[in-house]
Design a protein around this ligand. Structure first.
Ligand SMILES: [Zn+2]
Length: 421
């Protein structure tokens, strides 16, 4: 068993479910100890310290994050966790160069996972694969990145002027509070990162490699994600005399049809060379109280995946204009806790080119899914996404990773890090 595989198996066995996903009701809810990233962060701190890395925790402040009424899960998750409320921290492990620090490279996978049943916390090896929650999303990247860094710390061919920082981030699967805190969007910056931010002009973080399952391809672009809430209002009446009311569900049915046909067709004409087209999905609908009342209210939530260059205000404007043109009045609001922007990092940046070359890739790749990379990029750190495993297995009931991909990922990262000055 390789060190990477051993570390991944140990990580799968640790609880890591994002507290935002604690079920709101029902007696089958798992005890709070299954939730949160603390066990993973503590374990990684021990591993990193043993390899001689400098370790610290960065507390992530969740105060004020739960106030969006449309995300009740987020608030209740935190409340149920209240005894452990303060324990959500990013773990930071640094390998300092012997010489003066001229640049910083960030390895940034996330620590949290989506929900899982008990069996998924038991790592299982079969036919060259390791099964378990987080195997590919994204404990696989955590294992590959930290193992590469620990091995680098113990070789002679270490970078002389490059600082390498491993940042295990909390909360990627929900509101990316970890990455937002890391780049200083949150108030609780650790002393170390205050220093980093203050000295940014002198020594900027040159590149962040965000760990996600990309099948070991260097990804420089991903789509953004907007969740918009649309609401129609009608007038209630007795179900026996519907002509006296105004049916909000019927109004909404027209809007749903318009979004899924006309608007979707319009988006299909918008193309990005690495990402394909923008999309829209009407994911939720609710309206009406009982069959014999004309419904006076109907609401939908749509997931709009955006391309670089598209903004929330632009998207809202274009949907509002379409609704006006079709005489379909509806109120539009946003339901995301924080903006999820698209990512587009120039593949021409010297370090991105180096990384592409080191991995043996001629052209950069794009992915559909949103991740921490856009948050870090927005915070001023050029970011790419890279990691072993395939997103097709993420969030599934039998999540797995190919052990060959895991080991190759560690080796590719190690090779790149060794090539740095
Ligand atoms: Zn992920």
């Amino acid at each position: 068993m390789t060190r990477t595989e051993k570390l991944l198996a140990e990580l799968i066995a640790l609880p890591s479910v994002n507290p935002a996903f604690i079920p709101q009701s029902g007696t089958t809810a798992r005890p709070a100890r299954y939730y949160g990233e603390k066990s993973v962060a503590d374990f990684l701190a021990t591993v990193a310290a043993r390899a001689g890395l400098e370790v610290e925790f960065q507390k992530v402040d969740f105060e004020g994050w739960g106030e969006t009424p449309s995300s009740p899960n987020f608030q209740s998750g935190l409340e149920r966790l209240s005894p452990h409320r303060n324990v959500r921290s990013n773990i930071i492990a640094r390998l300092l160069p012997p010489g003066k620090i001229r640049q910083t490279i960030l390895l940034a996978p996330h620590l949290d996972t989506v929900n899982a049943d008990d069996s998924q916390f038991v790592p299982r090896r079969k036919n060259g694969r390791l099964y378990g929650r987080g195997a590919c999303d994204t404990k696989g990247s955590v294992a590959a990145m930290l193992t590469a860094l620990c091995e680098l710390a113990n070789t002679k061919s270490r970078p002389q002027e490059t600082e390498i920082v491993f940042a295990g981030l909390v909360d990627e699967e929900n509101a990316q509070a970890g990455s937002r805190a890391l780049v200083g969007q949150a108030s609780s910056l650790s002393p170390f990162f205050k220093k980093v931010r203050d000295r940014r002009d002198a020594c900027p973080t040159a590149l962040a490699i965000v760990g996600e399952p990309t099948r070991l391809r260097v990804v420089t672009a991903h789509k953004g994600s907007l969740w918009l809430h649309l609401e129609t209002r009608g007038r209630a009446a007795h179900g026996a005399t519907p002509q006296l009311g105004q049916n909000a569900v019927h109004e909404m049915a027209r809007i749903v049809d318009m979004l899924e046909t006309d608007y979707a067709a319009r988006l299909r004409r918008r193309r990005h060379p690495l990402l394909g087209t923008a999309t829209v999905n009407v994911g939720m609908i609710s309206g009406g109280a009982q069959p014999n009342i004309v419904p006076d209210r109907c609401a939908i939530t749509i997931d709009r995946r955006t391309l670089p260059g598209e903004t929330e205000s632009g998207v809202r404007r274009e949907i509002a204009a379409l609704l006006r043109a079709k005489r379909l009045p509806a109120k539009i609001s946003s339901t995301k806790l924080a903006p999820c922007l698209p990512l587009e990092t120039s593949p021409k940046l010297p370090l991105v080119r180096c990384f592409l070359r080191s991995v043996g890739q001629t052209r950069p790749a794009g992915v559909d899914f949103f991740c921490d990379a856009a948050v870090l990029a927005e915070g001023g750190i050029p970011s790419v996404v890279f990691g072993p495993g395939d997103i097709a297995q993420a969030h599934t009931a039998d999540e797995w990773i190919s052990l060959a991909s895991l080991e190759r990922g560690k080796n590719l990262l190690l090779r790149f890090l060794k090539s740095l000055p």
